[in-house]
Design a protein around this ligand. Structure first.
Ligand code: PLP
Length: 420
């Protein structure tokens, strides 16, 4: 068969099919603002991908990376490094409860895959339950843990590790609200665990506040019941804190706003304020011993890269220095500003916590069809994201893309919040 020679294409493929439209080419950043290649300045109301939590161009984080670079750039992930060890100590200090040991990885997707591997080794039970409409990553394994249909669509033809999806506590999923919703949604999780055979279920993996898929927090009481159910059936509860970690919800970790302790916790993005790639899994002493003694290999060359760990130490200092307080002080103001949009016909609702908010659109009384899953559907979110960019504000499209997400750097003050 003769093959036609193709012109070499040099476009970056990442996110090329996103409904975000045609984003600007960013060349510089400072605080809550970024500048494109034509000198246009934008308010970064999405912290790029909910990750530049300390804001752009932070001198303290830059200096921490430079200092590490002047000492040693890389030390094998199978050896000790003082910077990596110091970051592990810091994480143990800020993490909830007994989570005191960190396995370092590179991305949120890989951290979730490692968490699943660790949970399976520890429990001997293969199944991992995740929520329908969750997002846990785009790689082969993490993508199949993801409950968002548009992510799974690209992976499902090739199989994967997904073993069960249960419904998130969304009012529309259970036709209930508040306490009743918390109870019905938690009962549904219990139903799925029992029907899967509880001895086959090793872990439940959930975002404390669903991020990419709509910034929806659970109703009060939901997480407490989930904790009880996991304890009753000997199932590990893993909190995916890739978005909610490092101050986004006003505490170090999102699960701390729910008052429960998970058995494991995964993080990425904000750990370094995205100044360098880093992720990880936090576990308690028993699971850590099992990893040490288990003799199975989780290693990755760039897991816990010293430059990234230095960025992590720098970022944690910056968060300690008033950024968590800033979120707590301004979260109610942020909410009030956004709730004004609920008066608009096209807005179905506004939901979120801290500095993580989603605005869901509707078409009259009906929700819009998701343009991620149906490319022929109207794309109001793409239009809103593009129009915001034309007004020099960057926001994100959610999945399903019937909503936009606002998640500025945690240094945003009232002026930036109102402008957004
Ligand atoms: N988990 C959650 C909750 C996320 O939002 C994301 C990414 O947005 C991931 C996991 C995957 O992280 P990464 O893109 O670093 O692989």
């Amino acid at each position: 068969m003769s093959q036609q020679r193709m012109e070499p294409a040099s476009a970056t493929l990442a996110h090329w099919s996103s409904p975000d439209g045609d984003p600007p080419t960013i060349v510089e950043g400072e605080g809550c603002y970024v500048t494109d290649d034509e000198g246009e300045e934008y308010l970064d109301f999405i912290a790029q991908l909910y990750c530049v939590n300390a804001g752009h161009g932070n001198g303290e984080i830059n200096a921490a990376i430079e200092e590490q670079l002047s000492k040693v750039a890389y030390v094998s992930s199978a050896k000790h490094n003082d910077t990596r060890d110091r970051l592990a100590d810091e994480l143990a200090e800020i993490a909830p409860g007994r989570l005191s040991n960190t396995f370092f990885s590179i991305s949120g997707s890989e951290a979730n895959e490692a968490a699943v591997q660790i949970a399976r080794e520890y429990t001997g039970a293969p199944k991992v339950l995740t929520r329908y409409q969750s997002y846990h990553g785009g790689t082969y394994g993490a993508g199949s843990l993801t409950g968002d249909p548009s992510t799974r669509a690209a992976l499902e033809p090739y199989g994967g590790t997904a073993t069960g999806k249960f419904l998130p506590p969304l009012p529309e999923a259970f036709d209930a609200e508040g306490e009743e919703l918390a109870e019905k949604a938690a009962n549904h999780l219990e139903y799925v665990i029992r029907n899967e055979g509880h001895e086959t279920v090793g872990a439940v993996l959930m975002e404390p506040v669903a991020g990419t898929s709509g910034a929806y927090p659970a109703p009060e009481g939901y997480f407490e019941r989930v904790r009880e159910i996991c304890d009753e059936y000997d199932v590990l509860l893993i909190a995916d804190e890739v978005i909610t970690g490092f101050g986004r919800c006003g505490e170090w970790f999102g699960i701390q706003t729910e008052g429960i302790e998970p058995d494991m916790l995964t993080f990425a993005k904000g750990v370094t304020s995205a100044y360098a790639p880093l992720a990880g899994v936090l576990v308690g002493p028993e699971i850590a011993d099992n990893v040490r003694e288990g003799g199975y290999d989780l290693g990755q060359t760039f897991g816990g890269h010293p430059l990234s760990c230095a960025a992590g130490l720098g970022a944690i200092d910056v968060y300690r220095d008033g950024l968590l307080e800033n979120v707590r002080e301004n979260a109610a103001y942020f909410e009030d500003e956004l709730r004004e949009l609920e008066a608009h016909d096209a807005v179905a609702d506004v939901r979120g916590r801290g500095f993580l908010w989603g605005i869901t659109f509707r078409d009259g009384e009906e929700p819009f069809v998701d343009p991620w899953t149906d490319p022929d559907a109207d794309n109001p979110v793409g239009t809103v994201v593009e129009e915001a960019a034309e007004r020099n504000v960057l926001i994100g499209a959610g999945r399903p893309a019937t909503q936009v997400i606002c998640a500025p750097p945690l240094c945003a003050g009232r002026e930036e919040i109102s402008d957004g």
